[in-house]
Design a protein around this ligand. Structure first.
Ligand SMILES: Cc1cc2nc3c(=O)[nH]c(=O)nc-3n(C[C@H](O)[C@H](O)[C@H](O)COP(=O)(O)O)c2cc1C
Ligand SMILES: CCCCCCC(=O)C(=O)O
Length: 409
């Protein structure tokens, strides 16, 4: 990793983010690390992860620094990265008692497709950085959990390989490039191979400043889905993040709301727009005719100091007025987080990093465990809050900072 400062602050202050890996062996046998994690006094306590947060450390031990940093990192000071989780912590749950919760049913639908629980797999790039099977393993785990995986355009297994990995409902995430013909081809390949919706990511006219990747001179694997379509010639290869250079060459930064019409004209699939954080944009998205909205700040990897999705969810839900489904991603790490997002009006949530950490730590089984853990926690939360099914989770089951303000005045 380069020791050159990448911002003004790191010229004066040591940045713990870059020091935390010092001396940590890479490609460590994760099972040894788990064994060492046993309590020194109690000794016999289980060393298996008991919640999804615990997969992060296992992934850190399993991955080369450059890849761990790419998966884990956020933009600039990573204020929003921390806030994505902390915003959930500031919301409390208002449980109801003496409700029959002997049966708890988490099942729901998204765009009419049934899923076992309102927890989807978010589109994340380059799963082969985690394990050689890449997205094939993730796709099987999502299918086993009876949920929907959104395949990233930037997947390391192709659209076609993932489509033939197993039988399941999948969506495809798309960026719109300067070369519109390439975006159109990708969308049409996804449609032809049975993907059921296009998720248009709208928050990336260029890549955010991910300083760990800049320091690491992040090397990005070749784009599988672009094979044979484009010859990739990255300029300035000796400086900074290669991904940033590549992305900024590819992305159409002139994209506007009017262009949703173009996307409509090249696919008959429903379109979800990902990256909405304000009521103004939510209203425009509905006017533009999208079929769903994903409230997201791209896992805090784009604009630092953008709000945590859960803190603006209600604003978006109110603007949308039930016309299209609203989903949320960013910082979901617990079943209680899922419960809170549903109470504030989300139809479902998507999970990004925990899936990658599960995959890096324990392959397909790790992703299955991550999804099962979140489902189990959601089921417990619903039982303890007095909500036997998803539709029983209402706004009155949570209290936000906004709710507390009037009583403080
Ligand atoms: C390593 C990584 C790669 C990502 N790649 C993509 C991508 O290719 N397309 C996209 O729309 N979002 C991408 N995202 C953002 C996720 O879809 C999602 O918004 C975010 O991870 C949710 O936050 P969480 O990681 O806290 O769950 C990526 C996120 C991470 C961490
Ligand atoms: C044109 C390549 C862009 C890949 C971006 C992957 C991504 O979204 C990320 O957050 O990383």
């Amino acid at each position: 990793m380069s020791t050159q400062p990448v911002n003004v602050a790191t010229q004066k202050l040591p940045d713990m983010r870059y020091e935390r890996h010092a001396g940590v062996p890479r490609q460590t046998d994760v099972s040894k690390a788990l064994a060492h994690a046993a309590h020194p006094v109690l000794g016999n306590s289980s060393s298996e992860p008991v919640n999804v947060n615990e997969f992060e450390e296992l992934a850190r031990l399993a991955l080369p620094n450059m890849y761990y940093d790419y998966y884990a990192g956020g933009a600039e000071d990573e204020h929003t990265l921390r806030e994505n989780m902390q915003a959930f912590h500031r919301i409390t749950i208002r449980p109801r008692v003496l409700v029959d919760v002997s049966q708890v049913d988490m099942s729901t639908t998204i765009l009419g497709y049934p899923i076992s629980a309102p927890i989807l797999v978010a589109p994340t790039a380059a799963h082969k950085l985690a394990i050689p099977e890449g997205e094939l393993a993730t796709a099987r785990a999502a299918a086993a959990a009876k949920t929907i995986m959104v395949l990233s355009y930037s997947s390391s297994c192709s659209i076609e390989e993932v489509a033939s990995s197993c039988n399941a409902v999948r969506f495809f995430q798309l960026y719109i490039f300067k070369r519109r013909d390439i975006s159109a081809l990708l969308a049409q390949r996804a449609e032809r191979h049975g993907y059921k919706a296009i998720v248009l990511t709208a928050d990336t006219p260029r890549l955010g400043r991910r300083e760990a990747d800049i320091k690491n001179k992040m090397i990005y694997p070749p784009e599988k889905n672009l094979e044979g379509l484009i010859s990739i010639n990255i300029q300035c290869v000796d400086q900074g993040s290669k991904l940033e250079t590549f992305a900024n060459q590819m992305m159409d930064a002139s994209l506007r709301w009017e262009d949703i019409r173009w996307l409509r004209s090249i696919t008959s699939l429903p379109i979800l727009i990902k990256g909405i954080l304000t009521h103004e944009d939510a209203t425009r998205a509905v006017e533009a005719g999208v079929d769903g909205i994903i409230v997201s700040n791209h896992g805090a990897r784009q604009l630092d100091f953008s709000p945590a999705p859960v803190s603006v969810l209600e604003e978006v839900v109110d603007a949308v007025k039930g016309k299209v489904p609203v989903l949320l991603d960013g910082g979901v790490r617990r079943g209680t987080d899922v419960f809170k997002a549903l109470a504030l009006g989300a139809q479902a949530v998507l999970i990004g990093r925990p899936v990658l950490f599960g995959l890096a730590a324990k392959g397909e089984g790790g992703v299955r465990t991550v999804l099962e853990m979140l489902k189990n926690e959601l089921e417990t939360s619903m039982a303890l809050a007095g909500c036997p099914c998803i539709k029983d989770i209402t706004r009155s089951h949570v209290r936000t900072e906004h709710d507390r303000l009037p009583s403080m005045l």
